[in-house]
Design a protein around this ligand. Structure first.
Ligand code: FE
Ligand code: FE
Length: 195
């Protein structure tokens, strides 16, 4: 990965996203890079995954559904009703197809950034958490503590964030992707497959 490639990706995101989304993208990229410094992950992979994680967020629902259908990407019931949820799946596809990302860890970090999954890699955790704590986020509860905690204990931070997401979705009667709960149960030790 050359520096010019990173610059190209940044430029492409600036073009594809509205100003607010692009600020969020940059926030996730540098927050992920800082977390990568703290936990010894690849800084370049963190920056790349951060820049690309929402690359399919500014597409229309129709476009996201069309990309899935064209490339045989499975759509579950919940995604069918809420196609914005597909931005992670479609984003990971575009990362490979349009931005020629071949590193599977980067692709997985994009794919799993909204729900997490049991047994996440270090990079997947970093992107999931950076997405939630980057400086442009304002609404989430306990943000200042969560931000501090992210630089102390990643797994504990995951649990706090997942709990907030589940509580928020329950209070708004938003639809919950079952994977979010699975991830939560796994990291609280309630899930299957825990040692
Ligand atoms: Fe996202
Ligand atoms: Fe995001």
């Amino acid at each position: 990965m050359k520096n010019t490639d990173m610059r190209k990706i940044r430029k492409a995101m600036e073009k594809a996203q509205d100003a607010k989304r692009y600020e969020h993208t940059l926030g996730v990229a540098y927050t992920a890079t800082a977390l990568a410094m703290r936990y010894g992950a690849s800084l370049k992979d963190a920056e790349m995954a951060g820049l690309l994680h929402d690359c399919a967020k500014c597409l229309t629902d129709e476009k996201r559904l069309a990309i899935c259908e064209k490339h045989n990407i499975s759509i579950n019931e919940i995604e069918r009703r809420n196609p914005f949820l597909l931005h992670a799946k479609v984003g990971s596809y575009l990362a490979m197809d349009e931005f020629h990302v071949t590193n599977s860890d980067v692709i997985n970090a994009i794919l799993n950034h909204t729900t997490g999954r049991p047994g996440m890699s270090l990079l997947e955790k970093i992107i999931f958490i950076a997405d939630y704590i980057e400086p442009n986020r304002k609404q989430a509860p306990n943000l200042s503590q969560v931000r501090k905690m992210a630089f102390i204990d990643l797994d504990q931070t995951l649990v706090v964030i997942l709990k907030d997401i589940l509580e928020y979705l329950e209070s708004t009667e938003g639809e919950i992707d079952p994977m979010t709960r699975k991830t939560y149960d796994y990291y609280t030790g309630k899930g299957e497959g825990n040692e």
